[in-house]
Design a protein around this ligand. Sequence first.
Ligand code: ADP
Ligand code: ZN
Length: 712
Amino acid sequence: MSLLIPRDSRVRSRIAIVRVDLHINRSFHYLVPEELREQVMAGTRVQISFGRRKVLGTVLEVSETLDGLEVAADALKPILEVVGASGLITPAVLQLAKWMADYYLCPLDLALKSVAPAVVQKKGKMRAVRSRRDPELEMAVTEASTLTSSEPPPLMAQQEAVLSRMFEWLDADSSQEKKPVLLHGITGSGKTEVYLQVIARALEQGKGAIMLVPEISLTPQTVERLRARFAPLDKPEPNAGTGSKPEGGILAVLHSGLSQGERFREWQRIREGKARLVVGARSAIFAPVMNLGVIVVDEEHEHSYKQEEHPRYHARDVAVMRGHFEKALVILGSATPALESYHNAIKGKYHLCRMPERVDGRHLPKIRIIDMRQETLRQKGFAIFSEPLKSGIQLRLERGEQVILYLNRRGYSSSMLCPKCGFVATCPHCSVSLSYHRQAGTLQCHFCGYAAKAFNVCPQAECRDPSIRFAGMGTEKLEEAVSRAFPTARVARMDSDTMTRRDAYERTLLRFRMGKIDILLGTQMIAKGLDFPRVTLVGIVFADLGLHFPDFRSGERTFQQIVQVAGRAGRGDVEGEVVVQTFTPQHPVMKHIRKQDYEGFYQEEIGFRSALQYPPCCRITKIECASEQSSRAQYVIQQLHKLLLQRLGPSIRVLGPSPSPIEKVRGRYRHHLILWDTRKKEHRGILQEIFASLPRDGEVKVFPDVDPIQML
Ligand code: ADP
Ligand code: ZN
């Protein structure tokens, strides 16, 4: 490659602004060599020399010439080579990364890192590692897919009405009409069919589509329906098809089971326009789809859309921005929308579409709230099953119907304590108690994964009492209780302890669908999007579990989880029933759960939020400092607090600093403070300056969390 640049002013140099992959918060100019002209554009990954090193970087901009800089051009170093296929970060996604860096208060190189999978960023050679095949699973999947029709059903009136509005917005040009849509449809109202038809129209128009789901492995039915509908549009590559392999054809499913090489290939297929429909979890929002027509965010209230690592972006909000930048229609769908989204719809920032009825005139299940305090009295002691739940299960077993039991805590017991000396087993790395896992014979931390052998006697040297006990119930204990109470029932447990193999989940669901399981019990794994017509009873074993956390969203989360699980009942011809067991039946949330009244819940909850100035009535930003020594984290957050007050003045409201409710996690002590109204331009500018100036590799880590979800 020639390093000589002709100084003839008629030959203009092409200059790239490159952000290097070093923790340096600025960009540098490089020369684009003649032979790379075609390939280097905004978003291209390149290798360059930096000092004496060769490093990688991302091109932010390419310009024909820098005015007045022709002379300097020959002082510039050339780009050495293009890494990977060019343009896997599209200009639109690059714009998104810049927005993220700005909004989520993070350096641009970190934002760039999160918009493309590592394999697209790096240089290495890709080997297409074949995923392992599992003949039994493939057979089962083939069997299941025959149950999924590829033909659209005749639409219900509410679906027609919603679709005709959405088609209009899809075809519209003005950004007012193209604003995001919130589709609030109750469980089983046929939302997925609406998504499929809007996507179909976008594809017919030659445009692309992205559909986000909370977790791809936990939404097999949704993916199956997309496959059935869209995979035939294009011939799949030979050997492609079931299981965890890439699809070929117009559909790209980005799931965590893809090997590096497969992932890279899928990105290329998307960038080349061969795959125009992309389905995936959070990070699929950055897929290099060109000419994007529609983005669907299914179950938009799910917290898994929030990334809990810096940059702490929310894929739903990123989707809204991407739609805005690319003039694509964004559809957010849920039976229990996030308060933020519903608030936006009420204010007119989003279109609001409702589907208040279930498909085929089916009814929502009846919900009964059971007061477990009364049950404890009646049954003379703590009981896992109330009478109504017990007789309900019995009835379903006799009728050959199916039951789902929900308990959002895994393990056997949530703590191990000594009644004599008061010892409680806690994690050495986190300030939480350890859960007892009976099968494994261990005490485990659900925060960091620490595990130790369980004790037979109190471990305190001066105590050694053998009557050490386990308190609080998890799914393992529930399974044992179910098997004891219903010895003939076929029971399966679904939580992250039993679903360790990637296909275990799919396999269990298939067995459930085929009627080989009577009672399915589990954690939130069973709460998402499952559609089984023979489930007629859902039991919420301990509804209070998440209700009393020191988190302003604990009521909202409880409402969402219970209404979602309840929605699994009564999807067939037989009406469904839901039994909610609670020790706090008087809690306001329970009243709305009983009536499955989202609107009523929203009205009451928004009153609380507005009084306390919590989101969505106000924007907040959490700033967290973490260190192996509590005092250091505390010192840094106090310094930061002072600095914030100095720079922002009394105009900004601050809560804290204080230790986080769960102070220690993974051996690091955390202190945080919360800032209100960080959206104001002048505030953001100052915050960015402050964060840009923080050292990134010190022992005390400082993270901003804009619009935080995790408050503990
Ligand atoms: P939601 O996503 O709102 O919970 P789904 O889209 O899963 O609801 O629909 C529930 C069930 O109703 C699915 O089995 C789906 O195939 C079926 N369904 C959807 N629309 C129709 C329709 N117009 N006619 C008949 N069945 C439908
Ligand atoms: Zn721990």
